[in-house]
Design a protein around this ligand. Structure first.
Ligand code: NAG
Ligand code: NAG
Ligand code: NAG
Ligand code: NAG
Ligand code: NAG
Length: 469
């Protein structure tokens, strides 16, 4: 499945002593409607070193940067402390039209550690689930890897390999620590959408295969039309516009389960969708083929495929300790293996009857698992392996996130889903050992506010170049 909709936004509480005097030229506002940048908090990207590996065994240390997704940033009236968006809703006095809202609201620089719980070391970064600050709190974060101040780092996956270390020891049931590649624009959509004056420097232009409508800006415009606040998430909502693009989910995970999945779209790059058209997963069975993108994806979760003793605390890949995830993007398959305590641990083959006797993503796994699980083969119907290879041949942006899930309670990752199968689970419904009730975001945020994923030692290069085992 695609990344969970990250919709939590920090609710800033600034002290009144921070007000400043500045001249405003209101006259100029009438000229251009634009997604603005505020100037109360300078944007300083945390640094992240990663390695670009070569086929001959050499490597280059890259000084990269991290940038917070624009959607999590404080949005306020230009040169004014008044929020344009708070508690899941727009301030319709400022946002009385799409144009006025776009022109008169600005996103701010991010206080990465203090507000969002994102802390970078030299070659590592951690993301905490709940961060309390002042009289407020932030839940979850999404960050992207950048090459420079205003350009994302682009990765082309085909025939390459990615390795990273991950510590999930505190990431419990109901939480998803995710590392994905999404087909965002390198500049965050700034050149494609002239309304966007913030760009990749401020983490704009997010899109994924769920075609999220929870984004406050889509295509450089405020998403105020038909906006309704979420019934379950106090800081989120959804508008008319959504942003679709292809996505390869290398890693959705916690200490109990993980999955890797490929999510193709009719077009790989950033596409705007409207209303119901975006919500592929709300369409009834049988109509699902109208999906904008393959939201559920062709995935590999060994627990779901029968290998229940492979991954978890004290299991073969022991999630109470750090380990390395290596993913190889080949022409005929995408495979994954692990390294822990210096030992290579291979991905188990599926054990359920009716599935191929090999592991990793292949066209065969996608077709046979959807047949066995009695699901439409959306991956095949959307263009299948050829389309998947096309996606892997284009540059994509690396996104890392931690979140809980107000929509599906993460059940698709680590518990039983669909939920009407809980009493008599059929093949494919059990994805992990988490109990449904424990996955409620309220429970999760109370029980594990300090849950924290640590990503480190990211390496990328041709297949066979990133690790020696
Ligand atoms: C932002 O940076 C500029 C230049 O370095 C500095 O003059 C200004 O005080 C900073 N603003 C804030 C709010 O820190
Ligand atoms: C947008 O702002 C302009 C300038 O303040 C104002 O004249 C206009 O009425 C606003 N639009 C709407 C729909 O309120
Ligand atoms: C980061 O690198 C610097 C310089 O090499 C070193 O002094 C420091 O200890 C490192 N920090 C961490 C957290 O590894
Ligand atoms: C997976 O790809 C590798 C080459 O990258 C190949 O050696 C292997 O046979 C493939 N396995 C399957 C099941 O296609
Ligand atoms: C890691 O490996 C070392 C030596 O290979 C061994 O002594 C140690 O017990 C291992 N640790 C764990 C937690 O498996």
């Amino acid at each position: 499945m695609a990344s969970v909709l990250i919709v939590s936004a920090a609710q800033h509480t600034y002290s009144p002593t921070m007000t400043k005097t500045r001249l405003t030229f209101l006259g100029s506002l009438a000229f251009a409607a634009a997604q603005q940048v505020g100037n109360y908090q300078n944007e300083t990207h945390p640094k992240l070193q990663w390695s670009k590996c070569a086929a001959d065994g050499g490597y280059q240390q890259i000084s990269g940067e991290l940038v917070m997704d624009a959607n999590l940033r404080w949005l306020h009236k230009v040169d004014d402390w008044r929020s344009c968006f708070a508690d899941g809703q727009w301030d319709y006095k400022v946002c009385n039209s799409v144009e006025n809202c776009t022109a008169n609201c600005a996103i701010e620089g991010a206080e990465y550690s203090y507000v969002y719980g994102v802390k970078s070391g030299n070659d590592s970064v951690s993301q905490q689930l709940v961060t309390k600050f002042d009289f407020s709190q932030n839940v979850g974060s999404r960050i992207f890897v950048s090459a420079s101040k205003d350009k994302y780092q682009m990765f082309t996956l085909l025939n390459n390999e990615l390795a990273f270390d991950v510590d999930l020891s505190t990431v419990e049931c109901g939480i998803n620590a995710a590392l994905h590649f999404v087909a965002m624009d390198e500049d965050g959509g700034m050149s494609r959408y002239p309304g966007n004056k913030a760009g990749a420097e401020y983490g704009t232009g997010y899109c994924d295969s769920s075609c999220p409508r929870s984004l406050k800006f889509v295509a450089g415009k405020a998403n105020t039309e038909m906006w309704f606040p979420s019934e379950t998430d106090p800081v989120a909502g959804a508008g008319l516009l959504g942003a679709c693009c292809s996505e390869f989910a290398v890693w959705n995970s916690n200490a109990h389960s993980f999955s890797m999945s490929s999510h193709i779209c009719p077009r790989d790059d950033y596409q705007v969708c409207y209303g119901k058209d975006c919500d592929a997963w709300w369409i009834e069975p049988g109509e699902r083929y109208n999906a904008r993108c393959d939201f559920w994806g062709c995935g590999y979760n060994p627990y779901r495929l029968g290998a229940t003793d492979f991954y978890g605390k004290g299991k073969k890949v022991d999630t109470s300790r750090k380990f390395t995830v290596v993913t190889q993007f080949g022409n005929t398959n995408v495979t994954q293996f692990f390294i822990q305590n210096g030992t290579r641990i291979d991905m188990p083959d599926p054990t359920l009857e009716g599935l191929p006797e090999h592991n990793g993503l292949t066209p065969e796994i996608c077709a046979k698992s959807s047949a066995l699980f009695n699901e439409p083969d959306r991956f095949g119907l959307n263009g299948g392996w050829q389309k998947h290879l096309k996606m892997l041949s284009r540059p994509m942006v690396l996104s890392m996130s931690i979140s809980d899930d107000h929509y599906y309670h993460n059940l698709w990752l680590d518990s039983t889903y669909p939920i009407d199968q809980t009493d008599h689970p059929v093949p494919g419904t059990v994805r992990g050992d988490c109990l449904m009730d424990d996955n409620d975001p309220q429970v999760v945020e109370n029980m594990y506010p300090n849950a924290k994923v640590v990503w480190s030692n990211i390496r990328f290069g041709p297949i066979g170049s990133t690790v020696k085992v």
